[in-house]
Design a protein around this ligand. Structure first.
Ligand code: H79
Length: 603
């Protein structure tokens, strides 16, 4: 809503104000406006439906910033490396010299495409132009492109388009349509660190660079599946629509993501690294990093493990989305070995479970204790993140009838319908695969209760997304760890009165005993405030303790510090339960609650 008002207001007042809007968006960081997100759901156009059959894709950030690798003049800049021109405030004249030493001789389009295939991916999207304005393709529109300025002299987009066509991988281009730090009429530089430019004419920038380059990209490289726009900034609804129309005109099957802005586009890209907790309708995608940057940074080897990547992929698919996972090749055109090995490990698992990923549907269940479910026709795939030590895998709330169950190895499993649900007997030893999968065939279409079940023996979380709130609200708390490295945590905030509460309702199928922790962040003002936990009719007070969060910080507006406070053991009998927390005094109203965690107490 905020965005719609802002845009009609700015459209009436003209471009100079909208430029200010873009800059103030940038100042408050990761706002929904930044991503061009809208309230409501993107159902996805007809031409975007293929993304559902292509649930895992490779994102590649590669450009001049890869040559710098997070370092400029002996200073290391921690954070997202593709922003180094802004971060180090590199003058345009100096930045334009980088191509002279950009000679990525290790680049091999065939190797990259093979890696995507080995990883079990079906599409690839690569930065044709990022915010720095440098075209990674031969462009007649702007001489600031790889072919005309670097000793390399080759067109990597051309080579990739050929390799993708050969291997049946859909190719898409990332194109930053509003930031351009090398153009006087682009957003983000000439009125920032490179001063003294005349008035900006954003329309002229679109007309002279963006539209012609999109035309080049969509007419010279064969079929292009996607144009992935980013950070719409001052784009007006008319401008966004005109770009979408151009893409559809030149590539009738090509799709545009929602970051074109103003609620147009064919499908939705969520905020960077945002995985929703519950199934989400429409055609959407989560873009994620393999480490803490998109572009290559020489120091960043904080790669997610194969297991973590596979789990994140499964989470996205179980909620109905596609997972776009980024790698940052270095200035020589090489994808770091660590991440190649990790991706190939993930790929072994994906290739074994193609049916459970590509073209699979979201889970019919509510939050499950041991993992996530994906579905396809009459088959359920149980992705078991926590293997049950007692050999009993409970499928609570299933309304369909099971006809058979088996492991990936083909081993048949016994199952029985009991009071607690369908109980599948699995070997006590965890099968040797990245994420064990139990395949369940049903006699009818999948149908299950969306209720949350708490099962004994597993670590479980009661998330804010599933809480009922009264006198408090759900908010996405965001902050930057390193520059541009956003973290976001859904939290219950804005506690209004001592009657305010967050309540979780869930079912228990056999007696259970857990340690209960509350995960939260609070400052000195909330320190030692009294809160209350209600377990059905029993009440227990507990204190909220200052976690050391800070309101201001050089790097962004604040630094929340989430931690766990262990309230203690709770014992629950079979039945429906409510757990509720509530501030007992006004001093606690500023605390932000992320979740309740249940850990088997092992009594
Ligand atoms: O391409 C990757 C990022 O470079 C791009 N999107 C992903 C896929 C992106 N562009 N902008 N943002 C992400 C939002 C970034 C905001 C910030 Fe900043 C950049 C925070 C710190 C640096 C802008 C400048 C806002 C505050 C200062």
């Amino acid at each position: 809503m905020k965005q719609k008002i802002a845009f009609s207001f700015l459209a009436a007042l003209g471009m100079s104000l909208s430029v200010q809007a873009a800059q103030s968006d940038a100042a408050d960081g990761n706002s929904a406006d930044m991503w061009g997100q809208q309230d409501g759901i993107f159902l996805g156009t007809e031409r975007a439906q293929w993304l559902k059959d292509s649930r895992f894709g490779l994102f590649v950030h590669w450009g001049l910033y890869s040559e710098l690798g997070g370092q400029w003049k002996d200073t290391t800049y921690f954070g997202i490396s593709e922003w180094i021109m802004k971060r180090a405030e590199i003058p345009v004249a100096e930045y334009r010299k980088i191509p002279e030493r950009f000679d990525p001789v290790d680049f091999d389009a065939g190797d990259w495409v093979q890696l995507a295939k080995d990883a079990g991916m079906k599409h690839m999207k690569i930065t044709a132009k990022h915010h720095d304005g440098f075209a990674m393709f031969k462009s007649a529109t702007s001489p600031f492109n790889i072919v005309d300025t670097s000793p390399f002299g080759r067109d990597p987009m051309k080579e990739l388009s050929e390799a993708c066509a050969e291997e049946g991988i859909r190719l898409g281009f990332y194109y930053s349509q509003s930031f351009d730090w090398n153009e006087k009429d682009g957003i983000g530089n000439f009125h920032d660190w490179e001063r003294g430019a005349p008035d900006r004419d954003f329309n002229r920038y679109l007309a002279n660079k963006v539209f012609p380059q999109i035309r080049e990209l969509l007419t010279q490289y064969g079929p292009i599946s996607t144009v992935w726009f980013d950070t719409p900034g001052p784009m007006t609804p008319e401008q966004s629509k005109a770009l979408v129309d151009l893409v559809h005109e030149l590539q009738p099957e090509g799709i545009v993501n929602s970051r074109i802005g103003n609620g147009v586009g064919d499908y939705e890209t969520l905020g960077d690294q945002d995985i929703p907790r519950l199934p989400r309708p429409g055609v959407w995608e989560t873009c994620d990093t393999t480490n803490d940057t998109w572009g290559y940074a020489y120091y960043d080897r904080n790669f997610k493990s194969a297991r973590e990547i596979a789990e994140r992929l499964v989470r996205v698919v179980s909620r109905g989305g596609s997972y776009l996972l980024n790698v940052g090749p270095d200035g020589n055109g090489k994808i770091p070995d660590d991440i190649q090995n990790i991706l190939r490990e993930v790929g072994k698992w994906v290739h074994t479970h193609e049916e459970a990923i590509h073209g699979a549907d979201s889970t019919p269940f509510g939050p499950l204790a041991w993992g996530e479910v994906t579905a396809r026709d009459k088959t359920l795939f149980l992705h078991v993140f926590q293997w049950p030590e007692d050999g009993r895998l409970i499928l609570p709330g299933l309304e369909s009838t099971v006809s058979q169950a088996r492991l990936t190895s083909g081993q048949w499993l016994n199952f029985a319908t009991q009071e607690e649900g369908v109980v599948i007997t699995v070997p006590k030893a965890k099968p040797d695969e990245l994420i064990p999968v139990v395949i369940v065939e049903l006699k009818d279409a999948p149908s299950a209760s969306r209720d949350q079940y708490v099962l004994g023996g597993f670590k479980q979380t009661l998330e804010t997304a599933t809480a009922e709130l009264s006198g408090a609200e759900l908010k996405e708390v965001k902050w930057m760890e390193k520059f541009g490295d956003w973290k976001h945590v859904d939290s219950v905030v804005g506690w209004e009165t001592t009657d305010a509460s967050a309540t979780w309702t869930f079912k228990v199928v056999e007696p259970v005993s857990f340690y209960l922790d509350v995960e939260y962040t609070a400052g000195v003002e909330e320190d030692n405030s009294e809160w209350e936990l209600r377990i059905n009719d029993e009440t227990r007070p507990f204190p909220i303790i200052d976690t050391g969060e800070r309101d201001t910080r050089a790097m962004g507006p604040e630094l929340p510090r989430y931690r766990n406070y262990r309230i203690g053991i709770i014992d629950l009998q079979p039945g429906t339960h409510t757990l509720s927390i509530s501030p007992s005094e006004a001093a606690g109203f500023g605390a932000r609650i992320k979740a309740l965690h249940l850990t088997p107490s092992g009594l």
